[in-house]
Design a protein. Structure first.
Length: 136
């Protein structure tokens, strides 16, 4: 992670995957995976009752991390994630400006047991990679 003018862009999350990773490949053959992550906190509402408040995060994993996600990660899995925030902007088919804030994942670790996987082997987590040289 490079520092520019004393700034830091670092995100650390622990939560459950909201769906199985969706993996696609860039024209150059690089794997990229998209998956949602839910983090939940307990808060008191205006009536003093405790309720869950869930925040959804868009995760993006590149190359070997994407392949790892495709092989090992499943909806419901508890994971630890480190990465950086990035906001993309584009125009949709109707000409409306759209944006999406994502976590560009640099490290992901499975916590707890595997969810819905038949694998017996322990996964080898790939080295940290960033998507800085990948065009959007």
């Amino acid at each position: 992670m490079a520092l520019a003018k004393g700034s830091v862009n670092k995100v650390i999350l622990v939560g459950h995957l909201g769906r199985d990773p969706e993996v696609r490949y860039t024209p150059s053959g690089d794997a990229v995976a998209d998956v949602s992550l839910a983090t939940t906190e307990v808060v008191k509402n205006k009536d003093g009752q405790k309720e869950d408040r869930t925040e959804w995060h868009n995760l993006v994993l590149w190359r070997s991390l994407a392949e790892f996600a495709k092989e090992w990660l499943k909806k419901g899995q508890l994971v630890y994630v480190e990465g950086r925030l990035q906001t993309r902007q584009w125009e949709d088919k109707e000409g409306q400006k759209r944006s999406r804030t994502e976590i560009q994942v640099e490290q992901i670790t499975m916590l707890g047991g595997r969810v819905g996987r038949e694998k017996e082997a322990t996964p080898e987590v790939p080295e940290t990679q960033t998507g800085e040289d990948i065009p959007f």
